[in-house]
Ligand binder design. Structure first.
Ligand code: SAM
Length: 666
């Protein structure tokens, strides 16, 4: 099978069939039309992406799923005569051409219509005709139609199109204000009787014409319904439910989150790894929960051995001699920034007043990337408590020595040789250490927990770097499972009343089952695992922003840059929050709180995910993904405009903002 053909088959299976389109004729047609021949120049590599793509004249070729879903909804038969309004690239017309008898497609932009004709002719279509004109008035000379599909969104259903339906004919059309469109199916039951059905939320470019929108976005005169009652818009509903956020250092900020204080685990997300407001808000919530509600575990998406250095500092435990300074690896700014430094300083000060070491709040890492640091920490620990066992551990870990600086090369080599030479050794080492728990932990439980977690990390990382090369969900899932198990181990170690706060990206803490991660890619995450394990005892709190700046790199291992964040897309959750008009707020999405809003937000929409890399040039394909926000999170924290974090530099020491003994200092 050719590459494009394979991509098409995958597109149909993953993006379309799994989302519920079942009609075999529609699926077969989607498998045959070469989408790469219809996308705008230079966009061919994204042709099978799960999204709309730009085409000429500032228009878009619709997302494959929506094309398939609309065609399925229109129930097209082999002899049907079909009208498509908004031919655009000609792609949907080409798919229709594989299913129907005759297809007429109208496009108002002459350039687009001409290009679409050329593409269809080059592919040998003889049953699809592209016309230029205003499709809101239909094509009376070719009517009636068995089905009409409208690929742009109007204020309401164009009357002319209803009238050009055959009896029994189906019209599928997006209607509503931009930002809250729904897909409407109209079936003509008799000359004067139509049935309407709501097929859910969608996002289309505007339908412009006599019975659509005017060019300036207002309603065209002939389509205006005098006196029609207006449904409240989603942004208006968000504005009503939004609770404005006070200043970060105002105690009222933390108090807003008292509603989650009785949970066992509170997970705090972020929509990027480099936004100051997300760090400062999470710090304010963390301080409040630690100070007033007995949370003693702060577990973050950082590597265990690095976070352990911070933990020793904040809990006033002795440092490890010869240990490397933490957070030396890319992306350094994620944990070496002034916002984290301020929280660390606060935790140390807070713990200072607590005599019982077990009641002090600790700082822990859930992630698995610093295998080298973990190996060093295990050996260091055994050197102190059991030098003989240290010797055996050195031999076992020796297997990984050649790869320690760049563990990804271990994975590649294991794949090439066809066997995992270090797997047995690292698992044996982890088991050996855990088996001695009673002996080792008697003296110093904290140090044992640290060493055991490092040994577990090495075992997970060995496997992670091997399966990374297979692609797919397995390596992501292994990492999130490891993070969840680490959290669980911490809770177990601290006793039945222990409560934890987790800091990790929205992609980790928002329930994966309600995003494309789970629905399309079979990926799970720590948020989902927490909900499965703790039920209502876990609170999942997402964070988002419309625009501003972010600290991020352009490529993996690249330098940090302060980049401008593009304003959020019109068809995203972020845009709804922006349109709500409140600059910073908490939106409580818990069941039973704002049910009408929850229901309206529950139609899947795009959500932006920025990690340590930000590529505004390909933002839609690199950073947006579908989600169902009110299921993904229990609450959402919004900053309309946000700024990049400030990485720690020598000037911060000079200015005295970082304590002398601060472990980030080299
Ligand atoms: N079906 C198209 C495809 O597969 O590429 C998607 C087209 S795009 C989402 C919508 C198109 O509708 C745009 O090309 C736009 O110019 C066109 N359009 C908007 N209003 C129109 C109207 N009144 N008559 C005809 N075309 C219109």
């Amino acid at each position: 099978m050719r590459d494009e053909e394979q991509q098409r088959h995958r597109m149909v299976e993953v993006q379309i069939a799994r989302r519920g389109v079942r009609d075999p004729v529609v699926l077969a047609a989607m498998r045959t039309v070469p989408r790469e021949r219809f996308v705008g120049a230079g966009m061919e590599e994204f042709a099978y992406a799960d999204s709309a793509l730009p085409i000429e004249a500032d228009q878009t070729i619709s997302q494959p799923y929506i094309v398939a879903a609309m065609i399925e909804a229109a129930e097209i038969g082999p002899d049907d005569c079909v009208l498509e309004v908004g031919a655009g690239s000609g792609y949907a017309a080409a798919v229709l051409g594989r299913i129907a008898g005759t297809v007429f497609a109208i496009e108002r932009h002459e350039t687009l219509a001409r290009l679409a004709r050329e593409r269809l002719a080059a592919l040998g279509y003889s049953n699809v005709e592209v016309r230029i004109g205003d499709g809101t008035v239909g094509l009376p000379e070719e009517a009636p139609f068995d089905a009409i599909l409208v690929s742009a969104g109007g204020p309401d259903v164009p009357r002319a199109l209803k009238e050009q339906l055959a009896i029994g004919g189906r019209l599928v059309v997006p209607v509503g204000e931009p930002g809250s469109q729904t897909l409407c199916k109209v079936t003509r039951r008799s000359a004067g009787r139509y049935e309407e059905e709501d097929l859910g939320a969608v996002a289309f470019v505007p339908l412009i014409g006599a019975q659509g929108w005017a060019e300036d976005g207002s309603r065209a005169a002939s389509n205006h319904l005098a006196g029609a009652s207006r449904k409240r818009s989603l942004p208006e509903m968000i504005a009503e439910a939004a609770e404005p956020l006070p200043a970060f250092d105002d105690p009222a900020f933390g108090r807003l989150f008292d509603r989650f204080a009785d949970r066992r685990v509170v997970l705090l997300g972020e929509a990027s790894h480099g936004t100051a407001e997300f760090y400062r808000a999470r710090a304010a919530i963390t301080r409040h929960l630690v100070e007033h509600h007995g949370f003693t575990i702060v577990a973050v998406e950082a590597d265990w051995p690095d976070a352990a250095a911070i933990d020793r500092y904040v809990r006033h435990r002795p440092g490890r001699e010869a240990a490397e300074p933490p957070f030396q690896r890319f992306p350094e700014w994620m944990w070496r920034n002034t916002e984290v430094a301020a929280l660390v300083a606060w935790m140390r000060g807070h713990n200072d007043g607590i005599a019982d070491p077990d009641r002090r709040a600790g700082f822990y890492g859930l992630d698995i990337y610093n295998m080298r640091g973990s190996i060093a920490a295990v050996l260091d620990y055994l050197d102190r408590v059991d030098p003989e066992a240290a010797q055996v551990a050195r031999e076992r870990y020796g297997c990984l020595t050649p790869w320690q600086r760049d563990p990804a090369t271990y994975g590649r080599s294991a794949l090439r040789r066809g066997y995992a030479e270090c797997e047995e050794a690292v698992i044996a080492q982890c088991r050996a250490l855990l088996a001695r728990k009673l002996d080792y932990a008697r003296e110093d439980g904290d140090s044992f927990l640290d060493a055991a977690q490092n040994a577990r990390l090495v075992a997970s990382a060995e496997r992670y770097y091997r399966i990374m090369y297979y692609g797919g969900a397995e390596s992501w899932n292994l990492r999130d499972r490891h993070m969840f198990e680490t959290l669980q181990n911490l809770l177990d170690a601290k006793g039945p009343d222990a409560k934890a706060i987790v800091w990790a990206h929205n992609s980790h803490i928002g329930d994966a089952r309600h995003t494309d991660m789970g629905a399309v890619r079979d990926e799970l995450n720590i948020g989902q695992l927490c909900r499965e394990r703790f039920g209502r005892e876990a609170a999942l709190i997402g964070f988002g922003t419309h625009t501003g700046t972010v600290a991020a790199a352009t490529d993996w291992d690249g330098a940090m840059e302060v980049k401008r964040v593009l304003p959020s897309r019109r068809d995203s959750y972020e845009r709804l929050c922006h349109d709500a008009g409140t600059p910073r707020f908490l939106l409580d999405l818990s069941p039973g709180r704002h049910e009408a809003l929850r229901r309206r937000l529950a139609e899947p929409r795009l959500e932006r995910f920025i990690g340590v890399i930000y590529r505004p040039e390909t933002e839609l394909w690199s950073h947006y993904s579908q989600a169902v926000l009110p299921e993904q999170f229990d609450a959402y924290v919004w900053f309309d405009e946000a700024q990049a974090v400030t990485p720690l530099g020598p000037e911060h020491r000079a200015r005295g903002t970082v304590p002398d003994t601060y472990p980030f200092e080299e």
